[in-house]
Design a protein around this ligand. Sequence first.
Ligand SMILES: [Zn+2]
Ligand SMILES: [Zn+2]
Length: 602
Amino acid sequence: MESTIAIHHGPYEAIPTTASPGLKFLQRFLPALDSLTPADNPISPFFTPSAPILIGSDPPTSASQAVPLMEVRSRHICKIHHHVYLAWDIDLGRDIGPVQTSYNRTSPNEEAAQTGQLYAPLAGNIQMKRTVMFEATSETTFKEDPDQFAVRVREFNILDLEGRDESDLQIVEMRIFLDQRPIQAYSAIQGQAEIIHNVCGALDKYESKLSEINQKIWSNPELAFKEYNARDNICEFFESLDAGYQVNRKAYGVETALEVMYTRGEGGRIVAFNAEYDALPGMGHACGHNLIATSSIAAFLATCEAMAALYSDGLGYSVRLLGTPAEEGGGGKLLLIDAGAYKDVDACFMVHPFPVLSGAPDLISSSSCTGMYLANDKVRVTFTGKPAHASAAPWEGVNALDAVVSAYVNISMLRQQILPTQKIHGVISRGGERPNVIPASTTVEYYMRSETVKTLKPLTEKVLKCFEAAAIATGCTVEYEWEAAYKDMKINTPICDSYVSAMNAMGHNTIFDAVGQVGGLSGGSTDMGNVSYEVPGFHGGFYIHADGVNHTPQFTAGAGSEDGFKRSLHCAAGMAVVACRALVDESFATAIKSDFEKGLEL
Ligand SMILES: [Zn+2]
Ligand SMILES: [Zn+2]
């Protein structure tokens, strides 16, 4: 027989008693769907037990699993209602004939339904087969919401119905297409408020301890790979807490590295915080790495405490604090990467202090400094010539200082032809011993920097040509010794966006990108860049009052100030909120991952 279509405009409550069987089914089914009394099990009678329920492109849930889902729903929702605009009932025909099934219709065999195929046709003679579709807006009000704000979601639903007659119709498949963004936005805001509350509580609780550690590291500056006191101070602090922290000195085979682990449940995601604590020669903490350590320790603690308070229901996750030595030279994080410290990490966080921006004095923080952290190759070049008396027999010598001068001039000329964002800078670390001896061996050290690893490679090749040309022209030989190269910093947009939102929600004026801000620094490099090529990384900036820029004694003073300490805690709160979200919010975690993977293709 031919298919016929019946259409109803308006709410389901207005479907007349004379309507077609599918529309009348809808009038009985939708109040059950909107019911929040799962104890009465109002929806099961409308479905065959293994009928697949598909939401968008998610894998199907069987109808038998829908009742537990309704129970969860009723714990959080106080009101739900589908406002139907338009409904269609398409009659697909009758007398389909006898169908064999593996379960008994009147008392559903749950086990068979679970293990068997999701779709199972009805037993007996099916005489009625219909597809009912409806377009609606669902309005949901959540119990936890003090404002009782109704979240509205547009939906389109398709129900496949089968039955022996009109009173016997059951759903054999339901497809729901809905715009989940309003729900996600709502739960992100609601969830964030609770997380912020717990994160701030934890930071208040540990403030004086954190201040102590910050002062200890600042007043005891230690150079790259010699940060023994910093390492021990941090480890001793966590050992004294005894709250399930697993403390590990000399982590990953690196003498002054450390790891503190906090693991709950089985599996789950992992977030990590990087604590740098190395100082600069002769200037103490002129880059403020004491504040980096403090903010990462604080963020780690706050994340663990907030997670324990809010998600004690068996959710699996790990929070990791890594003490990462030798950022100012030596690339401690590269050693940690090679040893597997970042393996399986889903998001890794740290913030770095800079002087307050003159153009934006009220700005506390920025989540990204695109183009600020450049890829950086570092090379030590040795020219070898031949010594001779500089006055009596200079023609006998091969002058290695000439090679240095020649290379220096070559590079200075090259500098005019490179991109404005690229940098080449070097020093002559050994230029000869005495004026009356032709220098036989000289050394220069050069840094080459460019916006990305990709654009750095051709620049470094050009600089090497300058050294080679100098060697050829002077008759010297040339040797290269490479230091750990730093990669540019990959930006993870979902992490940055979430940090900006969390910081501003807490009243700490924060923007996404500080590039172009008056007073901002540009052109540094960090081994966090290498981490950002391994896992989704965050390297935010925060602004402290100091009378000089990084790597000056004036900045050292700023890094030891009470104000600097307070600001490091503000940023710790921002990082902790984002870290908690990364652990619990599935769609946020997916967004972080796909942004990271997209970034690697660039
Ligand atoms: Zn520095
Ligand atoms: Zn630094």
